[in-house]
Design a binder for this molecule. Structure first.
Ligand SMILES: *Cc1c(COP(=O)(O)O)cnc(C)c1O
Length: 220
């Protein structure tokens, strides 16, 4: 790990009251333990199987955040222990998370992933799809999930204005959804955005979680 960079990110997020998720995908348990021993407890993974193995092998007070695309048939594998699912992008997936959460006597915290980049490879709901989901009667019946906010990934570009625009759009959508649908729920407060290359921009646009991998762990 890069201890200097890790400490630097922690210093940078302090005034913003944001939280750092150390994205440990593809990195071995030894690397994760190094960061763990530096005090880090929130780790992010993008693959279910990998997160399950690491959860089994590593200290139980690690909080595991799923940040990658989630298939409905894999929800049951992470339902017993996942801290926050950042990548919920359909009602069907939310219904399955709700079902598996119920089986585990849990309420599972989720973020809804919003498509903000103009790249075909990124998953997520459009603004309209978000509103449709939140207004649907099926959604209001789900008692074992908890929507804590939104997540998004900006376009992979050097154009900082473009990235700033995308984050600011997401922040606006977050405020709109909060006002319309979560007015009485203070726990709708999280905005997960920003990675190694763009977390500083994300912080200035209201990120409460930044997801940083390569800057801390080195290139993958
Ligand atoms: C890999 C990944 C990150 C971290 O990316 P880095 O560039 O390594 O910081 C953040 N978010 C998601 C969804 C990812 O898949």
């Amino acid at each position: 790990m890069n201890f200097e960079k890790y400490k630097q990110v922690l210093q940078e997020i302090k005034p913003f009251h944001a939280q750092l998720i150390a994205v440990s995908k593809t990195k071995p348990a030894e690397d994760i333990l190094e960061v763990y021993h530096a005090g880090q407890r929130l780790f992010g993974e993008n693959k279910v199987q990998e997160m399950v193995s690491k959860h089994e092998a590593l200290p139980k007070n690690i909080q595991w955040h799923l940040i990658g695309h989630l298939q409905t048939n894999k929800v049951k594998l992470i339902a017993p222990f996942v801290t926050l699912i950042h990548s919920v992008d359909s009602l069907k997936l939310l219904q399955e998370i709700n079902k598996q959460a119920e089986k585990n006597n849990r309420i599972i915290d989720c973020l809804l992933q919003i498509f903000i980049a103009n790249e075909e490879t990124k998953f997520g709901l459009s603004d309209e799809e978000l509103i449709t989901l939140l207004s649907s009667p099926e959604f209001s019946q789900l008692k074992n999930i908890h929507i804590c906010g939104l997540m998004g990934m900006a376009t992979n570009t050097d154009d900082e204005n473009k990235i700033a625009n995308e984050f600011s759009q997401l922040k606006n959508l977050f405020e709109e959804a909060k006002q319309k649908y979560f007015n009485t729920e203070p726990s709708f407060k999280e905005l997960s955005m920003g990675m190694s290359s763009d977390y500083k921009i994300a912080l200035h646009h209201g990120a409460t979680f930044i997801r940083v991998g390569s800057m801390i762990f080195g290139e993958r």
